[in-house]
Design a protein around this ligand. Sequence first.
Ligand SMILES: [Zn+2]
Length: 444
Amino acid sequence: MIDYLLQNKKLSIRLAIGIVVIVLLTVIWTNVIRTPAYVVIVDGEEAFVVKNKSDVADTLLSIQKQQAKPNQPKLELSSKIDYQRTFASRGDIISGKELEKIIRDTVDFTMAASALIVNGNPIAYLESKAQAEQLLKKLKEECAVVDDGEKLISVTFAEKVTIAEKSVSSEQVMTFDEAYQLVTTGTDKPEKYIVQEGDNLWLIARRNDMYVDDIMRANQLKSEDLQIGDELILVKSQPYINVVAKVEGEKIEVIPFETKTEIDKNASGVRIKQDGRNGEKKIVYVATKVNGVLEEREVKEETILKEAVARIIVKGNQITVASRGGGGSLDWPAYGPITCYYGRGHTGLDIAAKAGSAIKAADSGTVTFTGWQGGYGNFIIVNHGNGIVTRYAHCSSISVSKGQQVARGQTLGTVGSTGRSTGPHLHFEVLSGGSFQNPLSYLR
Ligand SMILES: [Zn+2]
């Protein structure tokens, strides 16, 4: 029995020694004894160590196979890979899943892609030429906005746009939607904003120098209601590609009647001698729309369908003109937040409105000036009679001409940022008897 126990103890000691020896040998085998291997040099830099060159080649093939999509150009290796013989400890040799990961991190692949080239600069890369063509077609279709009575003459891009085959890093190739977002808004990484208590779309737009319409479109909002915590994409659109559509149109327009005043020394008060009646004309025009928004309109032909009949007022010598002028009060010429009030050296009212939106005549009258006027940029002056004149500055386009009669609410031009202006807005002035007035006391 004792013998047996002794025997057993000896066995245990032998077993322990055996284990220690095996562990030591393993440590020596993997760390001290060196084995022939290869240093893999990627683009001139020592990257990692493998046992055989074929380990790298096999892994590269496997990666290319995994990422290949049907009917698409396959990935090409673009990094230069060199090998250098070495002796490495087994612990430093990389293989299997670890090797695949390190190759993905250090080695570059390229693929043949279709580049959208705008004015000589590649803007986005798509997987195929068909996709690039589809994107350009979509842009044209969306922006060729035709109103009633109009027909499309041409749709072009403002920029020189071409498609070219380019070999690029596979990471640069975008999906159709990513490329579309980039081309139409100028960014593929839009800013995000979390709606706070007390926010509304107007406030958010004002703070970010944007328009409510832009925010609604970018976020596909159906209404202006916001919930606290909603995430909004704030994209200030600066499209890489602008679509220019030319249309030819025909429509009936109102010819506003004039008001003539006759003085009768013997009369007292004011009386209407003849009622005014608006006339009608048919116009044929050519218009240019950029990204679907009217930018310019040129009248080609005008046919009077019905002459206007002037209103004739007979007035006594002594009647003084009401300070608010003919029509009583003025209509708002544009809609949007007021960004600068009248006073303290500011001669008008600044109304922030989307570039290209209509500027409307505040009242009926006669256009007495159109054209460039220094810091006012494109400038329109309308005389409403009775000493009341309104003036409209920074227009992006003017659609009336000097001497033309305009009706209240008739479009005079479009909001822009010409002249001394930091962004699209209408600078609106009201003059009475030649001196500036606060427009707010005239607008209704
Ligand atoms: Zn102003």
